[in-house]
Design a protein around this ligand. Structure first.
Ligand code: AMP
Length: 234
């Protein structure tokens, strides 16, 4: 039997009641790994670079095998950049190459670059008109219920390529689920972790385009945009 473990945490109050979002994480793990994962999440919330959370919500649920859908991880390619400006210019070019319109690229960067604090989820955007389709403001839309089928094998292979660790794995798992969702054209992301400057552009068409530098070191504002085909039932 597998279990879903989800954590979200904030500082100074609960989410939506004055609290500042600190971190969120989720795993799907076998029963014998449940306790260590719950502890790891508590530790993560309390030692996060965005601050030590004092409101932490951990949810554990059984996941029936029959409810699970499997998909391949999208292939990784990398674009090396050394500044935020260079990284964002590369991301814009990549989104256009995937088929996102210039209007939607401009709208996405305008939305993300006007944030004063991170959102908890993603902006859902029409890939042609650039119109924001969700009405969830700073909550956005969260992709959830996902994990890598075999984390040990994943770590062994990716660690050997210098791409091991929680952050890259979680991003690749999320990007793969999003890319495989009906209607998705592309995704744009940079992290809200102040020390993590790498971002990506994801798509089913080309894969996970890792962009080494997409923001300034120390910047705690990150975000995501899911670009979808016009008419997608969001
Ligand atoms: P992170 O990659 O965890 O640093 O998150 C960067 C940004 O992506 C956050 O500020 C949120 O806006 C968004 N985000 C984080 N987790 C999710 C998720 N599960 N689904 C959708 N958007 C997310």
């Amino acid at each position: 039997m597998l279990y879903s473990v989800k954590m979200r945490s904030s500082l100074g109050g609960t989410h939506g009641e004055g609290g500042r979002h600190i971190s969120g994480a989720e795993r799907i793990v076998p029963e014998d790994m449940l306790e260590e994962n719950v502890l790891a999440m508590l530790r993560r919330a309390r030692t996060h670079e965005r601050g030590a959370a004092n409101f932490i919500n951990v949810k554990v649920e059984e996941v029936p095998d029959t409810s699970i859908e499997y998909c391949d991880l999208i292939p990784i390619y990398q674009m090396n950049t050394s500044t935020k400006e260079e990284g964002r210019a590369v991301a814009k070019k990549e989104l256009l190459r995937i088929g996102v319109s210039q209007a939607a690229v401009d709208s996405a960067f305008h939305e993300l670059e006007s944030l004063t604090d991170s959102m908890r989820g993603a902006i859902v955007m029409d890939a042609v008109s650039g119109e924001r389709l969700d009405d969830r403001h700073e909550r956005g839309v969260r992709c959830s219920n996902m994990d890598c089928e075999n984390t040990k094998e994943y770590e062994a292979r990716m660690g050997a390529r210098g791409l091991g660790g929680d952050h890259p794995r979680e991003a690749l798992v999320l990007a793969s689920k999003v890319a495989n969702a009906p209607g998705t054209v592309a995704e744009l992301c940079w992290s809200d972790d102040p020390d993590y400057v790498t971002g990506y552009v994801g798509s089913k068409k080309y894969g996970y385009g890792r962009i080494t530098v997409m923001k300034d070191m120390g910047d705690p504002v990150g975000g995501r945009v899911f670009f979808v085909k016009p008419g997608t039932d969001i």
